[in-house]
Structure formats: C-alpha cells, structure tokens
Write a protein that binds this ligand. Structure first.
Ligand code: IVH
Length: 677
C-alpha cells in the first residue's frame, strides 16, 4: 500500500469509530467509553487532519463533531427582533450614512452625535431580566426566534443573575456579545478554528458544565425590550447598566462629525492588535434614542447604526487559473484560482475578479503575481497586479462568452441607467444547471426557508445526486437514499426531516422572496405580499391575462418601479418558472400577509404624498403611515383614500386628479395634527 492510502485508511477507520461512539452516546444514550477516551479519538483525528490536509476531502472531523450538537435547545421568539448591521468600508460610506440619516429626519446636522463602540467578533446573545432577575437567555438564532441557552450563559460569572437596584425597569432585555479572550483561546486552540467558533461551540454545549470549562466573557452593547422605558440615549443606557454590574467595553465614546469618526477609526485600529479580544470594526450609533426610534429599521438592519469595518488584511499570491462562476440570477463572475495563502487566519484559494471590465481595467492575467485582500465574511478580492513579475509570454485573458452550461451570455441593457450592464448573464434560468443549483441555495438560506442542516454544501451534494433538482423536491426527499450516504445517521436525518417539515409553514413575504425573482429583495417581497395578501391571489399572476392587469396595479405601489415589474413579468413569462413555483406552492402552507398594525391611524387606507414636508422627510412620512397600518401608493389611482399635500412644490396634476376622483385631500399641518392626536 502506498503511504497516502495507508493514512486514508487509518483516517476512515477512526472516523467510523467516532461515529459509532456518537451514536452510542447521543442516539442510544448508552456511551461505551469515557469522555476522556472519546476526546482522545477526536484529538487524534484533528491532528491527522491538520498534518494531512487532503483528508478534509474525505470527511471533516469538526463537521462530524459539530453536526452532533444534539442538544435540542428550546426555541423562543425574541421580544424584539435581533437585527444585523449595515457595513461601511471607507469615509465615503460613513458620509453617506450621515447624509441618509439627515435626509430621513429632514435635518442638516453634520455634527450629529454618534456613540461609537468596538464591534466585537463573537456570538450575540440576549439576556432578559424580569423584576431584576435573569429569567431568560437566548441566542440570536435567525433574528426572530432564538434558542434558550440560559443555563450555559449563567456559567459566565460576570453576567449579573440579579440586578440590585430600585430603579430597574419591570422588564429589561440586555443585548451582548459573548467571546473568548485571545490569551484564553491559546490554551484550547487545537480544538477550534478560531476564537469565534470556540465561543459558539461552548455556548451550544449540551452540558453547562462543559461551557463552564471554557472561559467565556462578554460586553453588553444594547437593549431589546424595556418596560417602562427610562433611557434617553445610548450613552446613558450604557452608563446605567455599567453601574448595575454589566461589563461594558471601555473603548466606547461619544463622537461628532466625520473628522472625529476618521480619527477614532485610526486610533482604535492602531490599538487593535494589542487588545485581548477580536474586533472587526467600530459600530457607530445615533446616540439620541428618540431619533433612533424615528429612524427605525429596514428589513434587516437599523437605519440608526452602522459597522465601520477596519481595512482588510492583505497577502501576495499567484493566479493559477481564472474560471467563471454562475450566480442564481445568471450573472457570470470571474474567479481567480490562486495559490493557497493565509489571509487574516483563513486559507484563501479563490478570489473574485468581479466582472469582465475589472479584468480588462486591471489587465489581470493567468500567472500574475497579485495582492489580495479579505475583509470579514466578504469574498476575498484581487486588489492589484504586480506587472513587474509578469513573464514575457503572458497573454491577455480572453473572457469566455459562454456560460458553463454552454449557452451564450449577454450584457443586458438597463432601463434605469440607460447603459449596457457590466455583468454578463446566462438567461437560461432553471434550464441552466449552474443557475438552478444557486437558486436552490438561495431557497434554503437563512433569509428564505432557513432550513437547518440543508446548507450550501448539502445542496451541492443532493443536486449532483439528483435528489433535489427543483425547490419542491426538498419536501419529497427520499430519506432512505440519504441514509446510505456517508456522514448521515439516524439523528442527523431526523433533524433534517424536522427542519424541512417546519419550514413548510412560511409567510407570503418570505415565500415571494424565496422564489428568487430578480430585483425582488426582502423589502420588495414585503410590498408585494402586502398587495397580494394570500398565495391564492398571488397565483393569479401565473395566468397571462391576469398578469397584465396585476402588473399595471403593481407599478402603482410605492417602492415598485419599472425594473421590478419587468423582472416579475420576465420571470413568469417562462413556463418552467410557473411550473416550478406551482409545484412548490403545493408542498407548502403559506400564511396570509397580516397587516402589522390593524388598529393604526391609517389602517387599510391607501395613502399618497405629494410635495416636500417641513417637519419630516418623505421616507419618514411613508414609514409612519405604514407603521400605522396604511398602504402608500406611488402613483395616482381611483382607489386612493387620502392625498397628503406638502407645502413645498406639490404636483398640481395629482391634486387635480384627486379632486376629480373625489379623494380626501389634507395639508401637511392636518397630517401633523393626526399624528399628534
Ligand atoms: S449594535 C440592531 N454594537 O454585531 C443591531 N452590535 O452585525 C445592533 N456586535 O448582532 C447591533 N459588537 O452581535 C452592536 N458594539 C456592538 C457590537 C455589535 C458586536 C454584533 C452583534 C450584532 C452584530 C451585527
């Protein structure tokens, strides 16, 4: 036997042994070896994997160990969603952030007071105190529902179990980031890829005693629900909870204006390597909580906060080849296959080249020595080419004009920019297997069906085996076939079955987002769901005649423009898309859209604005109307209930039309009175 085969053989045997003991322990509840012996097998496997990276292709030890996390934590709905943050990468992005806030609030305050805190690269959790007593502790989960990890959180000594103060609100939810210090991580390094994974793994331990072995720490950075509310700013909130005994990051500061933002950024970036915990940027928050409330959220992130990331880590490597990748919308992205190199602790072997233009502009060629960078979770990018190291015989890269499926690709004409797109696309949709595969990955993603255990890698595998070729197949999987695959046991199959079963219950807005119509993101999907209300009404769009009428109505919705309407039309003009969507609907139970604020001031009223307002921006007016149950239209219609006319340059034609249609017209001051009432 040659050496490699011998090692593989040894590895396989040990993996099987590990799996057997997993089954004894987790499924049969009948362990045959001690924990120490189990850990020993695990360690031997990890050592082998480290020494011979090619073994990772056979199986990943950490995945087998990770896939166990058999403890079913109880799912609990968050009192308030746990959102993510938008990112900024440079000064321009930060100026943009401030501009957008001023636009929304209709102010011109360039020195808006911001509160700045380090962004800790850990695991987020939320702590709920009722009458000052810690009663619940949840992980973030999908942001809407978290997992009950209270017992594990309680092992962290510095988390108060009780708040000793007369002033504590009846209910207060403290949001925090859990992490492992860099020094502490050194001691347990062999078991985890990085401190963040270690913290996550520790928090998900079945037995809190295991959690307590790993030295977890935390910083509190925010709040969820508070009843009654008693804070007026982020800074005084943090000051108060610090007095109550919570751990607060000492590098937090109040900041005014772009100059201070830049200074703070440089100052903390310099400190970064000397800190005992990982940070990947700074979070800037509007300090005034009243303004935060007015600004509100988009579907994923608050408008009042942003994460300003530190500049990416860079490394030099060489391009071995350039290939193309096909995205779920058919977009063709060139990818550089590079000589593996470590950037910021992660081995990188692919880097994106964005598009054809970018390759041309930077004259990037196969064989070139290049500088790449990696920032956070973003795909590594090629920054520049060192042409001095280029060989004479090197040739310009010829961009392929065909998709991986063999079809021609085209650059579409964009109606909105009136220019040819920079991106080449394959237009075959589900008929291109590369697109189909990506569409399926989108369907199972966190923002869509959110099926735990059915990630990108599993989709790749199931797609190659023809288990899943269209979305509906997810719900009719033949589990006996999966059971025969390596790495799948009774437990993981049960978990998958459950996760898939649960995902059948889906809201109309998530469903619309999931089917992956181009230009229909989460926000637009919500607008469409509010329009259609039920999946039955949505299905009318399959019929060509009804579709024409529906599209005419859609263009009237605020937020939906010609681009979206064209995209919807294109999508459903393809018979196959209709069939696939129908098949999927048949497997699901789609919940009707429910208007969030049924008894709001404008519930079920169709509203339109014209002209600029003194007191608030159009965006704020729109969000207030929607939060009060109203539907904001983008163009005049007989169905409109109220036209609100701002003082600055209202459109005459709209007012005349409203009069003709006998629609109620109110002025800005009347609008303000309604809001105050
Ligand atoms: S504020 C509405 N402040 O970053 C979200 N988040 O990308 C407000 N994080 O889930 C988040 N340090 O887990 C905030 N000082 C800080 C933070 C912080 C780390 C994490 C947090 C959040 C994620 C968002």
């Amino acid at each position: 036997m040659n050496e490699k085969i011998k090692i593989e053989d040894k590895f396989r045997k040990k993996i099987n042994l590990l799996k057997e003991h997993n089954k004894n322990y987790f499924v049969n509840d009948n362990p045959k070896i001690s924990d120490a012996e189990y850990d020993e097998i695990k360690k031997e496997l990890l050592d082998l994997e480290k020494k011979y990276p090619f073994l990772k292709k056979i199986n990943s030890v950490s995945k087998i160990v990770g896939a166990l996390s058999p403890k079913k934590f109880k799912k609990i709905k968050h009192l308030k969603p746990m959102l993510s943050l938008s990112n900024a990468f440079d000064k321009n992005d930060m100026e943009d952030f401030i501009k957008k806030i001023n636009n929304f609030l209709n102010t011109k305050n360039k020195n808006l007071e911001l509160f700045c805190e380090p962004k800790i690269d850990g695991i987020s959790a939320t702590l709920i105190y009722e009458k000052g007593i810690l009663t619940k502790g949840l992980s973030r989960g999908d942001g809407i529902t978290g997992e009950d990890i209270l017992e594990n959180l309680k092992t962290i000594n510095s988390i108060p179990k009780k708040i000793f103060s007369q002033k504590v609100p009846r209910l207060i939810e403290i949001r925090c980031e859990i992490f492992i210090g860099k020094n502490d991580f050194e001691k347990i390094k062999s078991k985890f890829a990085n401190p963040r994974n270690a913290a996550g793994g520790s928090l998900r331990q079945k037995d809190p005693r295991e959690t307590s072995k790993i030295p977890l720490r935390y910083f509190a950075y925010g709040f969820g629900a508070i009843e009654p509310m008693q804070f007026s700013s982020q800074s005084n909130f943090l000051k108060q909870i610090k007095q109550w005994g919570f751990s607060i990051n000492p590098l937090s500061e109040s900041i005014n204006g772009i100059k201070e933002i830049e200074n703070q950024h440089q100052k903390i970036d310099k400190l970064r390597s000397s800190l005992d915990y990982d940070i990947d940027g700074l979070v800037y928050k509007v300090n005034d909580l009243n303004l935060q409330k007015r600004l509100g959220n988009t579907s994923n992130a608050p408008r009042w906060a942003i994460a300003y990331k530190f500049s990416a880590e860079k490394a030099v490597t060489k391009i071995k080849d350039i290939s193309i990748q096909v995205g779920r919308t058919g977009a063709i992205t060139p990818v550089a296959k590079v000589q593996p190199v470590t950037v910021g602790g992660v081995v990188v072997s692919n880097a994106t080249l964005h598009n054809e233009e970018e390759i041309k502009r930077k004259d990037i060629r196969i064989g070139d020595v290049i500088l790449i960078q990696r920032a956070g979770d973003v795909i590594p990018q090629v920054v520049s080419v060192d042409t001095s190291k280029r060989k004479k015989e090197s040739k310009k890269f010829k961009f392929p004009t065909k998709c991986l499926c063999g079809s021609i690709t085209i650059k579409e004409f964009s109606k909105s920019t009136k220019k040819e797109d920079t991106v080449r696309r394959c237009l075959k949709g589900y008929d291109c297997k590369y697109i189909a595969r990506e569409k399926l990955k989108h369907i199972v993603s966190k923002e869509a069906f959110n099926i735990e255990g059915l990630g990108k890698k599993v989709i790749d595998q199931f797609f190659d085996l023809n288990f899943i070729t269209e979305p509906a197949d997810i719900f009719t999987l033949d589990y006996s076939k999966i059971r025969k695959l390596e790495g799948w046991g009774d437990l993981s199959i049960d978990n998958l079955k459950n996760a898939i079963f649960k995902s059948k219950n889906i809201s109309l807005e998530k469903f619309i987002f999931s089917i992956g119509i181009r230009h229909i993101g989460q926000e637009n999907a919500k607008i469409l769901a509010a329009f259609f209300i039920s999946s039955k009404d949505f299905s009318q769009i399959f019929d060509r005649k009804s579709r024409e009428q529906i599209l005419k109505n859609l263009i009237e919705l605020d937020g939906i423009g010609e681009t979206q309407v064209d995209a919807i039309n294109n999508f459903f003009s393809i018979e196959k898309n209709i069939k696939i969507t129908r098949n999927l609907i048949n497997q699901l139970s789609i919940k009707n859209y429910t208007i969030k604020n049924k008894d709001g001031k404008f519930s079920n009223k169709k509203i339109m604005f014209t002209g600029g307002f003194q007191k608030m921006s159009r965006s704020e007016a729109k969000s207030i109307a929607e939060n009060n149950g109203g539907k904001v239209l983008g163009s005049m219609s007989r169905k409109l209930d109220i036209l609100i006319v701002g003082d600055s340059k209202p459109t005459r034609k709209k007012i005349d039309q409203a009069k003709e249609f006998k629609i109620k017209i109110i002025t800005e001051s009347e609008w303000n009175k309604i809001l105050d009432s």
